[in-house]
Design a protein around this ligand. Structure first.
Ligand code: FES
Length: 102
């Protein structure tokens, strides 16, 4: 396995017992992972890993995801337009300001 160039951690609001509860899950974050995966593939970005996580503790600004190694935290990821902006960020090297959490 080749180490990915980027790792996107999408909040799935999972609790310790594996149950997905909480804001991001209820707002459809896991459903957007499928779009994220297919859009990365369409753009030929094969070196990006995607994982779901437990609560990232920014629920009031969710749905949230984090991109490493850049350390970018994004919020209000509420649809395909937001996902497109995140992928644009990977390609340009500049984080999408509309979704970037300070
Ligand atoms: S449930 Fe996603 S940040 Fe808390």
């Amino acid at each position: 396995m080749t180490k990915p160039a980027h790792h996107i951690l999408v909040c799935g609001s999972f609790r310790m017992n594996g149950t997905p509860q909480g804001f991001c899950n209820k707002a459809g974050s896991l459903g957007l992972m499928q779009y994220l995966e297919s859009e990365l593939s369409d753009r030929g970005l094969a070196n990006v890993a995607i994982s779901s996580t437990s609560c990232l503790n920014v629920c009031d600004r969710g749905p949230a995801l984090v991109v490493y190694p850049e350390g970018w935290w994004f919020g209000k990821i509420d649809g395909e337009e937001a996902i497109d902006a995140i992928i644009d960020s990977l390609e340009s090297g500049t984080p999408a300001a509309d979704y970037l959490l300070a």
